[in-house]
Design a protein around this ligand. Structure first.
Ligand code: DGL
Length: 276
């Protein structure tokens, strides 16, 4: 039987966005294996009600538990903002979302600057106020600029991620011009799709540091695993693929999209998520 440390990390998102976290996981924690679930049948989560996001997130996490994961990385800003509490209550493995790490990093940057932080996320993330609350807990005097950017996810899903794409630039200007005028010290990319738009967003928010919540979440899970003695040892891992990929619909479409995130071909298996 495998020891707890040798078990994979579970990672989920509504679709491909969480692959920005999978990519960072491969880079930052090269000894770890992971099981990825993308809920492509029910994407996007960002326009759903809180009840729906909680129900879907629990099913996603239960599926990952069926794969004997040692911890779960909620690689979705929307699920992290609306369902982290429920997941932590109901599941017996450590659950790490994308909020805490990003907030710590943004706060450190703002503290050394003028005390201004912008938060970009889906409608459900911004409505939940979760990033904002976590920042206020650090310092109630911070100037916080939250902004829902609902058209960013479809842009990424459809491949409009280059700073040369006029449509991406136009939409980003619409969302971000007034925020740019405030020159926030840090801008949290509070949706895991958004790191693919870093070039577009960075062109507009030139005076700000972009905080990639996927990187910060992986650094956080690294700390959580090491506190519990759960890090994989490089010499104990079998050879082969680092990640196993599962989706609730359209395996081909997911695999095609995944290439842009991971820079290599993968295959995905179909899961009937309603069973979980
Ligand atoms: N990647 C998800 C997030 O981080 C959003 C995509 C969606 O709306 O489903 O919020």
């Amino acid at each position: 039987m495998r020891s707890a440390a040798e078990r994979p990390i579970g990672v989920f998102d509504s679709g491909v966005g969480g692959l920005t976290a999978a990519y960072q996981l491969e880079r930052i924690l090269p000894a770890e294996r992971y099981v990825y679930f993308g809920d492509t049948a029910r994407l996007p989560y960002g326009t759903r009600t809180v009840d729906a996001i909680r129900k879907y997130s629990l099913q996603d996490a239960r599926f990952l538990m069926s794969k004997a994961v040692k911890a779960i990385l909620v690689a979705c800003g929307t699920a992290s903002s609306n369902a982290l509490g429920v997941l932590s209550e109901r599941l017996e493995v450590p659950i790490v979302g994308v909020i805490e790490g990003a907030v710590d990093r943004a706060y450190a940057i703002a503290q050394a600057g003028t005390g201004k932080v912008a938060i970009l996320g889906t409608a459900a993330t911004i409505q939940s106020g979760a990033f904002e609350r976590a920042l206020r807990e650090k310092d109630p005097a911070l100037r916080i600029l939250p902004r829902a950017c609902p058209m960013f996810v479809p842009l990424v899903e459809n491949g409009y991620t280059s700073p040369d794409d006029r449509v991406s630039e136009l939409i980003a200007r619409e969302y971000l011009t007034d925020i740019a005028a405030e020159r926030p010290d840090a801008v949290i990319l509070g949706c895991t799709h958004y790191p693919l738009l870093s070039g577009v967003i960075g062109n507009i928010l030139q005076d700000s540091v972009l905080v990639n919540s996927s990187i910060e979440a992986v650094l956080r899970i690294r700390d959580v695993l090491s506190e519990r003695g759960l890090n994989a040892q490089p010499d104990r891992q079998p050879a082969g693929e680092r990640g196993a990929f599962y989706v609730s619909d359209d395996t081909e479409g997911f695999a095609g999209n995944a290439r842009r995130f991971l820079g290599r071909d993968i295959t995905a298996e179909l899961v009937d998520i309603d069973r979980y």
